[in-house]
Design a protein around this ligand. Structure first.
Ligand SMILES: Nc1ncnc2c1ncn2[C@@H]1O[C@H](COP(=O)(O)OP(=O)(O)OP(=O)(O)O)[C@@H](O)[C@H]1O
Length: 304
């Protein structure tokens, strides 16, 4: 990345001077400082010099960041700045996009995920994903939860289990209840577990998708604008749920809603157009006294 000449995509300002920050330092100096940003707790995920290209489109530029365990990290920034691309790098979902070329490193608990021999199914069980639009399977509520563990062999039910006289059906029921409880949905659906999930409201469907994600025992939950399709009440339930989940899981959430990021996250990473991670710090610091002038302009709505 150029240290002396940068183009701010949001403002259209082209500068041949080092971009200044609110404290008068250059953005490069700020970046060096937040790279040393120390948070409480241990690092769960770490990306280093992560670049993503889609053909000629350089969607993510040299992104380096460490994400602490059992916390909520919000990724914010204007449309097209690479937030979803970055999120998908964390469980190698970008591998599914044919034009995507990825360079750099991502570690979970110090283990590189971009190396040969990584089992992608296991990785995506450890690092689950919840999408913007609720996407339950067109199956019963119960099956939405039990499908993953059964498919991965963590639970065996059906004919084989009965022939082997296994009691996994009881285990399945326990798992279904626990996941629905953990996703704050049990009280609303316990009497209709055989109903088709598509009959639930949008907010319930999204909590079911979170319950489904929990069913394979993840360590990290990635969420791509999980509440943007929901009304304020359903959104508030998802936000409460995210706070609860962060006691046990590491949550990384993309959101366009800055108030939401301010409400629910412990730390915030601000991406700006061109796929740069411009600032990363405690959420309070980002929203109350960001270092980068561009971040302050973005947060105060001067551009975006
Ligand atoms: N599947 C894809 N194929 C090709 N280009 C893509 C693909 N996904 C994203 N891009 C491009 O990568 C860049 C970053 O997109 P990305 O969706 O990661 O940004 P974003 O910040 O999440 O945007 P939004 O907030 O609008 O969802 C954009 O230029 C986009 O057009």
């Amino acid at each position: 990345m150029s240290e002396t000449t940068e183009t701010t995509g949001q403002t259209g300002i082209e500068s041949d001077q080092p971009l200044e920050t609110t404290s008068g330092e250059t953005e490069e100096q700020v970046r060096e400082e937040w790279r040393e940003y120390e948070f409480d707790g241990r690092t769960k995920l770490a990306a280093e010099d992560l670049d993503v290209y889609y053909g000629d489109d350089h969607a993510l530029k040299e992104v380096s960041i460490e994400i602490p365990e059992n916390s909520v990290t919000a990724l914010i920034g204007p449309s097209g700045c690479g937030k979803s691309t970055f999120l998908r790098c964390l469980n190698r979902m970008n591998d599914r996009i044919r034009s995507a070329e990825i360079d750099g490193s991502v570690e979970i608990d110090g283990q590189e995920i971009y190396q040969e021999g990584v089992n992608l199914v296991e990785l995506r069980k450890r690092v689950g994903m919840v999408f913007q639009s609720p996407n339950p399977f067109p199956k019963s509520i119960r099956e939405n939860i039990s499908y993953g563990p059964e498919k991965h062999g963590d639970l065996q039910t059906g004919l084989l289990a009965r022939l082997l006289n296994r009691s996994d059906a009881a285990e399945r029921e326990q798992l279904v209840e626990q996941c629905l409880r953990d996703a704050a949905l049990w009280d609303e659906v316990q009497d209709r577990l055989d109903d088709n999930a598509l009959g639930l409201s949008g907010g319930q469907q999204q909590r079911l998708c979170i319950a489904r994600c929990l069913s394979v025992d993840p360590e990290v939950i990635l969420m791509d604008e999980p509440a943007s399709a929901l009304d304020p009440i359903a959104t508030s339930k998802i936000e409460d749920l995210i706070a609860q989940l962060s006691e046990e899981y590491t949550v990384v959430i993309v959101t366009h809603n800055m108030q939401q990021a301010a409400r629910i996250s412990d730390q915030t990473a601000v991406f700006l157009t061109g796929g740069e991670l411009v600032e990363y710090d405690d959420t309070e610091k980002i929203f109350e006294s960001p270092e980068s002038q561009r971040v302050e302009d973005y947060i105060t709505g001067k551009f975006g």
